[in-house]
Design a protein around this ligand. Sequence first.
Ligand code: SF4
Length: 215
Amino acid sequence: MSEVFDGARRNARETVGNAVVKALRDRGFEAVYAESKEKALGLILDRIPRGATVGIPGTVSVRELGAIEALESRGCIVYQHWGPLTPEARLQARMNENAADFFLTSANALTQDGEIISIDADGNRVSAMAWGQGVLIFVIGINKLAFTLEEGIRRARSASIPNALRLGNTTPCAKAGCCVDCRGVSRLCRATLILEAPTHGRETHVILVGAELGY
Ligand code: SF4
């Protein structure tokens, strides 16, 4: 019986995924649907040549795919700021990420109409999505889909809760379990980007994955 449910869920995700891919293409994104994490990783590697530099900001989705290890094993130079770095080294890593040949990231939400929503505390990720020299690649799990822009922004903010817990941050939402639109110094939601289309001249790919990725 579970095979029947799995098949029905796979088909439903593919139908929704292909509709969203069409909406993204109508907006000028180079979008494709991947039915599994393995296929998504293959599509990433198809787009990034051996030896390229790749910036990977704070993204659980990309790390869950094993993309960093796969890229490094192909001779790519990966810049990332996660890990035990000095403040100076972290700042340099962020600048390297944003100047790399490719910027590989996820987003916090994607609407059915093809709008891509991201919220940052520091702004490094949304600034690289909005402007940069390198090719921009999004990989987004189907769990991040939202019906409307308003729902997408709400969903994007909700990602701050597990992020706060991961970072040991004492945001009010980490205690309450929901957004209270806080005002304190611990606020994580500080810069919101809604990409309605690729910015002028920017090659922008979206790989929508028919599996849960990130949060
Ligand atoms: S409570 Fe603050 S940090 Fe948490 S989701 Fe809301 S605005 Fe963001």
